[in-house]
Design a protein around this ligand. Structure first.
Ligand code: HDL
Ligand code: ZN
Length: 421
């Protein structure tokens, strides 16, 4: 009898989770998408999907073409090579290839026709506005957090000109150059009228904070973010430590915003691959523990690139309530690691984290990145709810809805609000 009841419960839970996980709108807290009105910065369509740097990296494993020859081609010619190498000559079985298939399938297209020209014709009939709406609808994404860098020339001028904001696209202020290459970033700030010098005099620090304040206001930033290499430490000597301690954390406190740390990226390990040339490494998370412990009035949003760091990050989240764990970032955004990481997080920190972010660069990708992640989340939650149901705690539909909302951005929004108290 007990087994039958468990099977019955499992079946009922499966149906409930399928409904709830798919019907809960997502707050996508980290992407490289842009507001549709940011003058052509937003990418969409089949050729952009195919030249996504994840696919370019995989295509280069199949061709002898010198890197610079590939980059001289048009996007259409690059997409032709990717399509031919990864979809026609070999099965599109990698997560990034599968993503293109899921996207096309959900859009109602049949990729088995293997006819790229036909696909291009279909995309050509859409205008950006209608297509953006279609992608957000199919992905069931309510809010898209952008990555906004004043150091990106194209983006810098768009913000200076100003544009009518689409409230579905909200801003996050990205400041990598300040923390990882201060001399170059300092020169840019001087160019923009901020009186900063190489050393970190009181005046320089106050001018950096003025810069951060100006841009936080300009873009209405909800949080600040930076990606850092595995060797990042916050010991007394480094430029990075002086800037984080002296400028970034006080700024975040003044503006009541979390500071997002994305740890473990090794930039340009193979520069010939351009955006696809970055790799990763295991970070020393004692620096993160030091920041959380010594700056309790700051709040830290953290994701890590190394699978080996995930467990320690969960344990730190148990120690520090000002640490919010989010997403399966980049090389960990594959079903095998999403499942392991999500299971670990639920078992160590309950629902007090953000299960995923898409990191999408092409708006069509929202469709597959959220389909694939929702599938894994529903599978893991089925196990975890079955475990507590077997102990007599049958979750109600309302409780499951509450929990899934938490995991798909609700916990993040609470973390943001807490920051404003
Ligand atoms: O630094 C980042 O925000 C990373 O997400 C990089 O942009 C990376 O190129 C990427 O797109 N990963 O998904
Ligand atoms: Zn990113």
């Amino acid at each position: 009898m007990h087994t039958q009841v468990t099977e019955f419960r499992r079946t009922a839970l499966t149906a409930l989770l399928d409904r709830v996980v798919w019907n809960t709108p997502v707050i996508d807290i980290h992407t490289h998408l842009y507001d549709p009105l940011m003058g052509g910065l937003l990418l969409w369509g089949i050729d952009e999907l195919l030249v996504y740097h994840y696919l370019v990296a995989e295509a280069f494993r199949r061709i002898e073409t010198p890197y610079e020859n590939f980059w001289r081609l048009t996007k259409t010619e690059q997409a032709d090579i990717v399509w031919n190498e990864l979809f026609v000559k070999h099965s599109p079985i990698s997560e990034a290839c599968r993503g293109v298939l899921t996207t096309l399938h959900r859009l109602g297209l049949d990729p088995r026709q293997r006819d790229l020209a036909l696909l291009r014709k279909w995309f050509a009939q859409w205008d950006q506005e209608r297509y953006v709406n279609r992608c957000l609808e199919l992905a069931n994404v309510r809010t898209v957090y952008m990555t906004n860098s004043p150091f990106d020339d194209a983006e810098h001028s768009v913000w200076q000109k100003g544009f009518l904001r689409d409230e579905r696209f909200v801003a996050a202020l990205r400041v990598d150059p300040i923390l990882v290459n201060w001399p170059e970033a300092g020169a840019k700030l001087r160019q923009w009228g901020y009186e900063v010098s190489e050393g970190f005099s009181r005046h320089t620090i106050s001018e950096i904070r003025r810069f951060l304040a100006d841009w936080s206001h300009r873009i209405k930033a909800r949080y600040m973010m930076v990606s850092l290499p595995p060797e990042f430490t916050c010991d007394e000597t480094s430029d990075c430590a002086s800037l984080i301690r002296g400028a970034v954390l006080p700024h975040c406190r003044d503006f009541n915003m979390p500071f997002a740390l994305m740890l473990g990226v090794k930039r340009a390990v193979n520069p010939g691959l351009q955006l696809a040339g970055d790799a990763m490494g295991r970070s020393d998370l004692s620096t993160l523990a030091h920041l959380c412990a010594n700056y309790p009035e700051n709040r830290f949003l953290v994701t890590v690139l190394s699978r080996e760091n995930q467990h320690e990050l969960c344990v730190l989240a148990r120690k520090f309530r000002n640490l919010h764990v989010f997403g399966c970032w980049w090389f960990t955004n594959v079903p095998v690691l999403i499942e392991e990481t999500t299971r670990m997080r639920l078992e160590l920190i309950g629902t007090s984290f953000t299960a995923q972010h898409s990191d999408a660069r092409v708006i069509d990708q929202l469709i597959y990145k959220w389909e694939h992640s929702r599938k894994v989340l529903a599978k893991v939650l089925l196990d975890k709810y079955s475990d507590i149901a077997a102990a007599g705690w049958e979750p109600t539909a309302a409780e499951v809805e509450r929990d899934v909302k938490q995991l798909l951005g609700g916990a993040f929004e609470e973390f943001l609000k807490t920051a404003t108290e």
